[in-house]
Design a protein around this ligand. Structure first.
Ligand SMILES: *Cc1c(COP(=O)(O)O)cnc(C)c1O
Length: 341
């Protein structure tokens, strides 16, 4: 078992997986024939793309891998969102969408979440747009949309590409992979950073129609023809193939998430119904920034967002049971100090 405790720091601020990657990833690294590094890796059709296609029951032509889903997403913005019309995404979501729009000079419109911090797809369907990108389940709220809702969005918004960023989807009970077989304008992006515990390897991928994957490949190759290294391809493929380890660690994280949510709820916190590997929590009598700083002082790292509407919340990644016990005990201690309990 590996822990993300470095020194005495408990790192619950980046949604990293507290368990190490599959031991089979280690086997690949140990057995890797380094002499093969004299050759360039395959341009496409790598063993990783094959493994992904097989795992999800799609064709290899429907898969494109890259160095992190951040890279894949950045290429998507270049390939699909390059128009004069605004790209739509929620006002509270993954912060990089805005960064890529600014970087590429793409106009965008941030669509406010509802008062319960949910996405109402009608707000998107009714607007002319140059594309839509939605994290599902959303971050940092953790709330997911059902497949029927995604289908409604994709089927009614046919004039532009809809990207569903499924960075956390393995911790939920949904996946829009099947919808990509039905809708040409839907592209999903995934990462091995969270559920496969490979944030340090930098591997992500997209699944979509052949048309979208070809357009994305063309955009990617205009930058750099050799996106993933030979070592990364083999290690990532091993992680994708080790379904048992993946299931066991994901289930454990979900169990820890649900137990932690229950404990916090009993302490008076209000939590969103998170389907991810993090919890999003608020308390009417607690100043979130103050709690964040208190925890920081105890070497427990969580996320605080100074953004309007969510500045009363703390986002905490789900670590091991031991991490979460220390976290909860420290929050209790804070509450006692502040006379909240
Ligand atoms: C973590 C995350 C990513 C990036 O994943 P990488 O593959 O590590 O770049 C993309 N989107 C969302 C919503 C994320 O949370």
């Amino acid at each position: 078992m590996f822990f993300i405790i470095t020194g005495s720091i408990i790192k619950l601020n980046a949604n990293e997986n507290p368990y190490g990657p599959s031991p089979q990833v280690g086997d690949v690294l140990h057995e890797f024939a380094y002499s093969d590094l004299n050759k360039y890796p395959p341009l496409s059709g790598s063993s990783l793309e094959k493994a992904i296609a097989e795992h999800y029951g799609v064709d290899e032509d429907n898969v494109l891998s890259g160095n992190s889903s951040d890279e894949v997403l950045a290429m998507c913005f270049r390939a699909f969102f390059n128009s004069d019309m605004p790209v739509l995404f929620p006002d509270i979501t993954y912060s990089f969408y805005k960064v890529w729009c600014d970087f590429y000079g793409i106009p965008f419109e941030e669509i406010p979440l509802t008062s319960s911090l949910e996405i109402d797809v009608n707000d998107y369907i009714s607007r002319d747009n140059g594309g839509i990108v939605i994290t599902n389940p959303n971050a940092p709220t953790g709330i997911d949309m059902g497949l029927n809702v995604i289908e409604e969005l994709v089927s009614r918004n046919t004039a532009s590409v809809v990207i569903i960023d499924e960075a956390y989807v393995d911790f939920a009970d949904i996946s829009s992979v099947e919808l990509t077989k039905k809708y040409d304008n839907l592209l999903i992006t995934r990462t091995l950073s969270k559920s496969r515990s490979l944030a340090g390897l930098r591997v992500g991928y997209a699944i979509g129609s052949i048309e979208l994957i070809n357009a994305l490949t063309a955009a990617m190759h205009s930058f750099n023809a050799y996106p993933l290294s030979s070592v990364s391809i083999k290690m990532a493929a091993a992680a994708v193939k080790d379904v048992d380890y993946f299931q066991a660690t994901v289930n454990k994280i979900k169990e820890t998430r649900n137990n932690t949510a229950r404990a916090l709820s009993n302490m008076g916190f209000r939590l969103t119904d998170s389907k991810t590997n993090f919890l999003f929590m608020t308390h009417t009598r607690i100043n979130a920034k103050d709690l964040y700083e208190y925890l920081l002082d105890k070497n427990i790292l969580v996320r605080y967002f100074s953004k309007e509407r969510i500045d009363g919340y703390i986002r905490v990644s789900v670590g091991t049971d031991e991490h979460m016990k220390i976290f909860i005990d420290s929050v209790k201690e804070y509450m006692v100090n502040k006379n909240v309990i």
